[in-house]
Design a protein around this ligand. Structure first.
Ligand code: SAH
Ligand code: DHB
Ligand code: MG
Length: 223
């Protein structure tokens, strides 16, 4: 009953405010056809990421965890023509689907998918002349590495940059101090890192909807 109600409200909001769109619909269909898991952000969440990037006036975005590039499309569409998005993806198969989806969306000039474990590709990115600072970082990959990803995000941002972490609530599991689930442990360690990190000012908000009960952590780099 509850999930049905959340779905109905997501449908209501999405029908009015997040109109269906050829490239986004095709990206999800191609991801399904390729057997990718259905764990992309919901349409209204993708729109939230897009609006955050626009409000931020972002010209550069770093994404960790591409999947089929659905969130990537939302974020890349927030950037100016000379903007740049780099998305890091472990799975070559996911990256291939994402690249095709980005090309179909006309975003292949703006958005680049780099294959490999993000903990391998992030140090390479830091060493690259002209890479960063990014105006917005979206973290949505393997949750056990969330604290490491926030640390790398700090090396790749500037005061005023925004960091968003997906799946920050996980049905409330994040509040369970006894958990041994590595994804939840990693996410809790990420919260603790953010809490003690003087360069970050943050909050987290619970969400309900087609993706169940979850949430986003939102941080601003202050120094
Ligand atoms: N941001 C996407 C969903 C990402 S799902 C969207 O909302 O549309 C998480 C992705 O992270 C998966 O594609 C998975 O293969 C990738 N991933 C998992 N471990 C990773 C790692 N160590 N480095 C980079 N990507 C990883
Ligand atoms: C999962 C991962 C995600 O990034 C997400 O948004 C939802 C679910 C998962 O691994 O189950
Ligand atoms: Mg996610």
């Amino acid at each position: 009953m509850t999930q049905e109600l959340w779905n109905a409200v997501d449908r209501y909001v999405t029908d009015l405010l997040v109109p269906a769109d050829e490239a986004l619909t095709a990206a999800l269909a191609a991801s399904d056809a390729a057997g990718l898991p259905s764990i992309a952000v919901a349409p209204n969440q993708g729109k939230l990421l897009h609006l955050l990037a626009r409000i931020q006036g972002a010209r550069s975005v770093l994404e960790i965890g591409t999947l089929g590039g659905y969130s990537t499309i939302w974020l890349a569409r927030a950037l100016p023509e000379d903007g740049r998005l780099i998305s890091l993806e472990y799975s070559p198969a996911h990256a291939d689907v994402a690249r095709a989806n980005l090309a179909r969306a006309g975003l292949d000039k703006i958005a680049e998918v780099r294959t490999g474990a993000a903990l391998t590709t992030l140090p390479k990115l830091v060493a690259e002349p002209g890479a960063g600072p990014f105006d917005l970082v979206f973290i949505d990959a393997d949750k056990e590495n969330n604290p490491r990803y926030v640390e790398w995000a700090l090396k790749l941002t500037r005061p005023g940059s925004v960091i968003v972490v997906d799946n920050a609530v996980r049905g409330g599991a994040v509040a369970d101090a006894q958990t041994t689930d590595p994804a939840i442990v990693g996410t809790r360690e990420m919260y603790e890192l953010v809490a003690r990190e003087p360069r970050l000012d943050a909050t987290a908000v619970q969400t309900v909807g087609t993706k169940g009960h979850d949430g986003f952590l939102l941080a601003r780099v202050v120094a």
